[in-house]
Design a protein around this ligand. Structure first.
Ligand code: PEP
Length: 261
């Protein structure tokens, strides 16, 4: 039994335009109207549409997230966005260390850790993404790589700030590929992450932190994944661009939580 509140995020990545972002946000707000009572639901639109999406979500209870943030407060950092700027737009959550930022943009563990620290210091809730590449999985390095990313990402993080931290286990080979980790494989890694948190902090923190799974989660596989004891919801890419699909994944998180009690 767990009282971890399920959490489902929709990472829209570099998709939508102003009109479709507005429409999608309104549709998600309606489709998830009841779910917000017992699940955290967040959408992560592209930066330019944060304000439009905030207005479209209104008082629905669906939260507003950003896909990244920079760790410096202000200054000559062309193209970057600060924690204060996000807070100014009523952003509550931020994704840090997404595999596309690690592997396409080339972000290091050090940079990711600096971002996590700055975001938590500023009062944001952080979704820290970790996960192995296909090559690493085939070399048997899944847990070593993933746990090293957890350790590096959380270096120097005050235990008191952990309540605003969410982890997302996202095997790189499963993101946007249509390939999903089996529920058993995902559960194994989630349990290993929780054990690492327990060693690093304490049992209570480890039991309390929510760990989402991400990687080609769809309405037809969400239920099986979320039924596993250490999987507390999902970070959803492609399927979050369709409000009905997203809502049905949100609903699967609610069913799984109900079944666990
Ligand atoms: C993601 O962007 O975090 C993700 C998991 O994408 P997808 O669901 O498309 O695999």
């Amino acid at each position: 039994m767990t009282d971890r509140r399920p959490i489902v995020g929709g990472n829209w990545k570099m998709n939508t335009d102003r009109d479709t972002a507005d429409r999608l946000a309104r549709d998600v707000a309606v489709a998830c109207a009841d779910a917000v009572a017992d699940r955290d639901i967040i959408v992560f639109p592209p930066f330019p549409y944060l304000e439009a999406v905030r207005n479209a979500l209104g008082s629905s209870g669906v939260r507003l997230g950003a896909q990244d943030v920079y760790h410096e407060a202000n200054g000559a950092y062309t193209g970057e966005v600060s924690v204060a700027m996000l807070l100014d737009l009523d952003v509550s959550h931020v994704i840090i260390g997404h595999s596309e930022r690690r592997h396409v943009i080339g972000e290091s563990d050090n940079l990711i850790n600096a971002k996590v620290r700055a975001a938590l210091d500023g009062g944001l809730e952080v979704v820290l993404c970790v996960g192995e590449t296909l090559e690493q999985r085939e070399a048997g390095e899944t847990e070593a790589v993933t746990l090293a990313q957890v350790r590096a990402g959380l270096d120097g993080i005050d235990p008191n700030d952990l309540k605003r931290l969410i982890l997302a286990y996202e095997p790189v080979w499963a993101i946007g590929t249509g390939r999903t980790a089996t529920a058993d494989d995902a559960q194994t890694v989630h349990a290993a992450i929780r054990a690492e948190l327990s060693r690093r902090y304490d049992n209570t923190s480890a039991d309390t932190i929510r760990i989402q799974y991400g990687g080609s989660v769809k309405p037809d596989n969400a239920g099986e994944l979320f039924a596993r004891p250490d999987i507390d919801g999902g970070l959803i890419g492609g399927a979050s661009l369709n409000a009905d699909h997203f809502a049905s994944i949100v609903s699967a998180a609610g069913v799984a939580a109900g079944d666990r009690v």
